[in-house]
Each structure stands twice: as C-alpha cells, then as structure tokens.
Design a binder for this molecule. Structure first.
Ligand code: BGC
Length: 411
C-alpha cells in the first residue's frame, strides 16, 4: 500500500512542475492580501504550492498590514503559529527572530544560491541575522507613485499633470467638476505613506535617507522638510471628502474617475489590472510624483515559524523554495504589480508602469523603505502623527516640530 502511494506520488511528480513530497500536508499561510489584485496574485502562489502535492490553506486577514501583523505576532508568540507568514522587508519580524520563533532557512538559501539570485542584495540582508537567513524576499514594492485617472482630468478639462506641482494646480478645477482631487484612505499607514512619498519625491533621496537612516533631527526640523509639510497641507486639502478606509477603495475612486489621483504603492497596479484598465490610456503613473525618479526597495517577505511537525517543516521548505522559482516570480509579480526579486526573469509582458519601475531600479535610483530604516515603534509614532495631521487642521509647522522630535528619539 505504502509502495503504491509512493509510486503514485512519483508518477505525479513527473507531470508536475515541482517535486511532490512524500509527506504532503496542509500549510496555513497568513498575509494581508485581500483586495482584488492582491487575491489574484496570491492565488498564483497557492496554485504553485498545491502543485507540489501540499495544500495551501489561505489565512488572509483584512484591515491592512498593521492590523494583520498584530494578529500574526500574537499567534506566533501565543503558541499558535501558522506555517508561513508575510511581513514587509525590514524589521517587522526582528523580535520574533531574536526570540528563536522563526525557522532558520540558511540551508535552503545556501543550497539554492539565494545570494547569487536575489537583487538588490539588501533584500536578503534584511532577512539575515547573525549570518543566518530567516525569510524569503518575494517582491519589490515601492510606495513612490502618483496614480492619476485620465478620465477625471478629461472631465475637469485640464491636461493630465506631469508632476506634483501641476497636480496641485489642477485641484480647484477637479473640485469644480465634482471630483475629489486626491483619494486617501483613512487608515493611519496610508497618510504616513503619502507623507513619506512627498518627502523623498520633493525633498529628494538624500534628505529622506538622512532623516530616516541617520535620524538627523536637525534636518527634519529645517527648511527642506518644511517644504514637505507645506505640500502635505496641500495634499490634506485635496483629500478632503475621500471618506473611505481601505487603500483599494481609494484606488477605486481613481479607477472610476471620481478622484483625480492617489499616492499609493505599486500594489495599486493590481487593482487597475483587475478592472481592465490600461496604463497610459485609462490611467497615468508618475514615479517619484514626477519630480525625482526614485523608488524604494520595500515589499514583502515570507517567514516560517518554527513548527514541530516534520511534514509541515518539509512543506515550509518546499514553499520557501518555490516562491523564488523564475516562473512563480513572474506569475505572482505580474498580478501583484511588484517587481521580481531576481533580475534574470522575463518580464516582457510587464505594463508601462512596471517598465518604468524596472528602469529606475536598473539605474540604481533606489532608497530603502521606511520599514527597513526605522523600528516598528518609530513607524507607529509617525503613523499616529500623520493620521492626526491629515484628519484635522494641525498647523504644518507644529506637525514638523513633532516629527523632528520623533526622529530625534527614533531607533
Ligand atoms: C505590502 C503589499 C500590499 C499592501 C497593501 C504593503 O505593505 O507590501 O504587498 O499589497 O501593503 O495591502
């Protein structure tokens, strides 16, 4: 009987793209990918994993990254770990790794040569602690984009802006035409993200790196950053009336032409794609807000909590390894709107916006993401300040003072 099962498994493995393991099992994978584009992308991982004979048990958590991460962390520390889980590149899982709760993937990484294939190297460095590798980087997502609805501008009788200044100037005309100039969801991470995009795009990568990387509080209190706070006040004004919570609801306002634009990461591309919209024709994307061509090398990585069950441990290894396979990287990232973590895959079918992203990446015009530079505690303090700023009428100068104080004590 045993022999028969094994023979069937072996016969199956010949027909499948990946090796079917003898001890195939269910594996719960948690993430916060719940929008249409995100669901389409994660289905590619599930399909590839199921093809190994294991079964992907989907653990999607709604409400955005910060909500989901709280659940992941409390499950892992509370003794109810999942088989694999998403975090952003950077320091979000740092304490879990230090506490010995995450599986060491160094053997797999070495035997598969991850060091030679993952690009930029900072992504694998972000997975490394004391020389050991604890996660698989799966994509590069950048926050630094303005997504514009061509229809909204046509309705308002103004040309589609080519940069932030033109966008702000078009604000009143968009309002007159009954549009929300800037769609902004109500969750704190979205306001903070938009602010940081203004910072790197308007003040430039050097200021961004010095403030967040070197924690230069004097610079954060100075004139370059004042200009960013003034722009944030414009953005706040343009975002009045958005009245949505989730980022993809805000993207939907752009897709339907009810809003002029949205500052959001390139995961928004997944939504335009699901809605059948075409870059250049239905919507326009401006990396670095059309001011500084720059993208951050943020994105997602998968971690594998330490589990006792040998079959599940084996399935974790199978998942970690397939996430980096060229065909899986292409299928997943094309739907996700992110860039692959390996430069040797064929992205011929990438849309115009992804191609712009690839060019900026190839030119090395990149900055680390805020999650890579700051601890979660500092990120949360900035998120709180930005929610207060974007949802009230705080004076930009007061907000800047508070920002500089957070940077002064940031780690
Ligand atoms: C993740 C993306 C995700 C986005 C919105 C980001 O933190 O990197 O993969 O699509 O959040 O949910």
């Amino acid at each position: 009987m045993r022999y028969k099962l094994l023979a069937t498994a072996l016969a199956l493995s010949a027909a499948l793209p990946f090796t079917v393991s003898a001890g195939a099992t269910d594996l719960e994978v948690t993430h916060w990918w719940t929008s249409g584009g995100e669901a389409a992308a994660v289905a590619e991982f599930a399909k590839a994993f199921d093809a190994t004979g294991n079964k992907w048990v989907d653990g999607a958590i709604a409400g955005g990254g910060p909500t989901a991460r709280t659940v992941f962390i409390s499950r892992i520390t509370g003794g109810d770990p999942m088989g694999a889980t998403q975090f952003n590149h950077g320091r979000q899982a740092e304490e879990l790794v230090e506490a010995g709760l995450m599986r060491d993937l160094t053997d797999i990484a070495e035997s598969e040569g991850w060091k030679n294939i993952i690009n930029p190297p900072s992504l694998l460095e972000g997975c490394t602690l004391d020389g050991k590798i604890y996660c698989v980087p799966i994509n590069i997502h950048s926050w630094q984009w303005l997504w514009l609805s061509n229809k909204a501008f046509e309705d308002a009788g103004v040309p589609v802006p080519k940069n932030w200044e033109e966008f702000v100037a078009a604000g009143p005309k968009l309002r007159e035409a009954g549009k929300i100039p800037l769609a902004l969801g109500g969750q704190p991470w979205q306001a903070a993200g938009a602010f940081q995009v203004l910072m790197v795009s308007l003040a430039g990568p050097e200021v961004f790196n010095k403030v967040h990387g070197d924690k230069d509080a004097e610079l954060a209190a100075g004139p370059e950053v004042k200009m960013v706070f003034d722009a944030a006040a414009d953005a706040r004004e343009m975002a009045r009336g958005s009245n949505v919570q989730d980022w993809n609801q805000a993207t939907n306002l752009v897709i339907t032409g009810q809003a002029g634009g949205q500052i959001m990461g390139d995961w928004a591309q997944g939504e335009f794609q699901v809605a059948g919209q075409v870059a250049g024709k239905d919507y326009t994307c401006l990396p670095g807000l059309g001011v500084h061509d720059v993208i951050a090398t943020g994105g997602d990585a998968f971690y594998f909590p330490v589990l006792k069950d040998p079959a599940q441990t084996e399935a974790q290894g199978a998942l970690a390894s397939l996430m980096l396979k060229p065909e899986v990287q292409v299928a997943f990232n094309l739907k996700k709107g992110s860039l692959p973590v390996r430069g040797d895959v064929d992205l011929a079918t990438a849309n115009d916006c992804m191609k712009k992203g690839l060019e900026i990446l190839a030119a090395g015009k990149v900055v680390p993401s805020v999650e890579q530079l700051l601890s979660q505690d500092s990120v949360t303090q900035i998120n709180d300040l930005m929610t207060e700023f974007f949802n009230g009428d705080m004076d930009p100068a007061d907000a800047q003072k508070r920002y500089a104080a957070i940077i002064a004590s940031a780690d």
